[in-house]
Design a binder for this molecule. Structure first.
Ligand code: FES
Length: 161
């Protein structure tokens, strides 16, 4: 469900375009900002705001990889498995990461702290292998670096603590 603030932001986004539907992707990003994914209620509310059917909004949401429709962890990890990162050792490091978190790709840890998604290129091939944790890019990864990052985040808990 959208917050009042999100509804306001979405209306502002719609006002920026001559054709309000051009703001649909922006609206989905705003809806995702609160919980890290767009729940069904929010999707229906967005459809209502744009005078579209929920199926049309779902079509757009499911087209873009950055729009998620499943809950994510407090720390959402996007791990690059594309060519440059793979050549730099991403598959081995990914296995290490999975064993540290005890989850597979597409899963959330039982405490809700971490989720893991494999993605195709984060645009930082020059410093491969890389991953994003929420909005932060981590570069030139190896097993030791991954262990340090996960250990730190486990201690830190939520981003706001
Ligand atoms: S291939 Fe991993 S960032 Fe481009």
């Amino acid at each position: 469900m959208l917050t009042e603030e999100q509804r306001k932001e979405i209306r502002e986004e719609m006002g920026r375009f001559p054709d309000a539907q051009s703001a649909l992707l922006g609206a989905l990003r705003i809806a995702q900002s609160e919980k890290g994914y767009v729940d069904n209620d929010s999707l229906v509310e967005i459809a209502d705001l744009f005078s579209l059917s929920p199926a049309e909004v779902y079509g757009v949401a499911s087209f873009y990889q950055m729009i998620r429709q499943e809950p994510v962890g407090t720390w959402h990890i996007q791990f690059c498995t594309n060519v440059s990162c793979s050549l730099a050792g991403a598959p081995r490091i990914l296995e290490h990461l999975k064993s540290l978190l005890a989850i597979s790709e597409g899963e959330v840890t039982p405490d809700g702290l971490f989720s893991l998604e494999c993605v195709q290129c984060l645009g930082a091939c020059g410093s491969a292998p890389v991953m994003m944790v929420n909005d932060e890019l981590h570069e030139r990864l190896d097993e030791e670096k991954i262990s340090g990052i996960i250990g730190y985040l486990k201690k830190r808990g939520t981003p706001h603590e």
